[in-house]
Design a protein around this ligand. Structure first.
Ligand SMILES: O=C(O)CCC(=O)C(=O)O
Ligand SMILES: [Fe+2]
Length: 356
């Protein structure tokens, strides 16, 4: 596979079948990225547009209001919630972005405290998060099928948010225009992999910048906003059909599947003259889910095959390295003495990122 043939497929999952499941697995294990055709129903395009409009209003609201809801603060509702300024995250020194993290509503707790204008749109935010989760569950169910896991609800029951707390988080992102040098390409979100099971990423037509690190060649490859319409107009208000939804595999799902699914490194790079918005839904399993090897003959076949070729060590060791567990066995916090839980996995990643 060379740079030019890194074609991320657009998969129509409206009629889930074993063939569709196979397409999802194939993209998830080669690129770690795939597009899902937007059926116009699961995540209503109007909600996506309204969320971007809300995001624009929010990021242009007074800085003092946003700062009160600083990430991890009690005002923002606790760990990994709230406002992140560009210096707040240890991803990359050139990082120039701001974000606001919102945890999903749970049956016991309503939405976390929100500043205006987010607070007046909580029904939209809750509905959007719920529909993102529904799409994640459909993708997880297809992966369950393709991996031939005997329990057909193995993944979905472990991501059932009605059953308890999870690390799932919805993030609104804003990359302000830079007035320093508006022609030079700069790194706006440093190279990283996502932490959870799946990420859904929403971007606007005319606002490219996302690049992925080609898993085999090690070169940066742009990810188009809408691959079905290469000449998409720069206006987000056009009457085009909604772009497909970009999905990528996170570290937790890669770790859980012994490296069969690929958590691909990506970044955001663009020249500074214009502002850019995006939204990411990071889906995680319930906190107590144990990340022992998923019971799948497909994974067993993969690890048997790959260990002969020496790649198993590489894929899994890379996941341990991202957890700060260099020797692959770990010390303390339940790692090495038992099976890592989803919460322990996330805590380790947050520790590496924020030094918590
Ligand atoms: O803004 C983007 O396009 C990507 C953001 C991203 O990768 C992230 O927040 O994890
Ligand atoms: Fe990301």
């Amino acid at each position: 596979m060379s740079d030019s043939d890194l074609a991320i497929p657009i998969i129509d999952i409206s009629n889930p079948s074993p063939e569709v499941a196979q397409q999802v697995l194939s993209a998830a294990s080669t690129h770690g990225f795939l597009f899902i055709k937007n059926d116009g129903v699961t995540i209503p395009p109007k909600d996506i547009d309204d969320m971007f409009e809300l995001s624009r209003k929010f990021f242009h609201s007074p800085k003092e209001t946003k700062q009160e809801y600083a990430i991890h603060s009690a005002t923002a509702g606790g760990i990994n919630r709230g406002w992140v300024s560009m210096q707040g995250e240890a991803l990359d020194p050139e990082n120039q972005k701001v974000a606001f993290n919102i945890a999903p509503p749970s049956p016991s707790t309503p939405l976390q405290p929100l500043p205006t204008p987010l607070s007046t749109s909580s029904p939209l935010i809750s509905r959007f998060q719920t529909s993102c989760h529904t799409l994640c569950q459909s993708i997880l169910s297809l992966l369950n099928t393709a991996l031939q896991i005997p329990d057909s609800e193995y993944f979905t029951s472990r991501h059932d948010q009605r059953k308890g707390e999870s690390g799932t988080i919805f993030r609104m992102l804003y990359y302000p225009a830079s007035h320093k040098d508006d022609t030079k390409q700069t790194i706006r979100a440093g190279a990283h992999s996502d932490y959870g099971s799946l990420t859904l990423l929403f971007r606007l037509p005319g606002q490219p910048g996302l690049e992925l690190l080609h898993p085999r060649t090690g070169t940066w490859v742009p990810v188009p906003v809408d691959p079905s319409s290469p000449s998409s107009p720069s206006s987000p208000l056009s009457n085009q059909p909604p772009p497909p939804i970009l999905v990528n595999i996170g570290d937790l799902l890669s770790f859980w599947t012994c490296g069969l699914l690929t958590s691909t490194v990506h970044r955001v790079v663009f020249s500074g003259g214009e502002e850019r918005y995006s939204m990411a839904y990071f889906c995680h399993p319930l906190d107590g889910v144990e990340l022992g090897r998923v019971p799948s003959g497909v994974i067993d076949g993969f690890t048997g095959r790959e260990s002969v070729q020496g790649r198993r060590a590489g894929a899994l060791e890379e996941q341990y390295r991202r957890l700060g567990l260099e020797d692959g066995r770990g010390e303390g916090e339940g790692v090495g003495v038992g099976v890592l839980t989803a919460k322990q996995h996330l805590d380790r990643r947050l520790k590496v990122t924020y030094g918590l």
